[in-house]
Design a protein around this ligand. Structure first.
Ligand SMILES: [Zn+2]
Length: 74
């Protein structure tokens, strides 16, 4: 008898979300800032967050943690 459940060991895809904003799945983006329509990119060495609109041109403009808190969704 070899009737084990064929789905038991199946690996599930993790990409069930973030289809429209794939960058949200990045650990380099603050989601609570990004969902407000801002870039939200995090400069990891400093922990600062970009406060420019999403998909802005040019390089990011990073602000400190206190300013980032004000940008984040309440
Ligand atoms: Zn940016």
């Amino acid at each position: 008898m070899n009737s084990q459940n064929p789905n038991a060991t199946g690996r599930r895809q993790i990409h069930e979300q973030s289809q429209h904003r794939p960058d949200l799945s990045s650990p380099h983006v603050r989601e609570d800032v990004a969902i407000t329509g801002l870039c939200g990119n995090v400069h990891l060495p400093t922990g600062r967050t970009c406060d420019l609109p999403e998909r802005h041109e040019g390089s990011c403009h990073f602000v400190g943690p206190e300013d980032a808190e004000n940008l984040a969704a309440q």
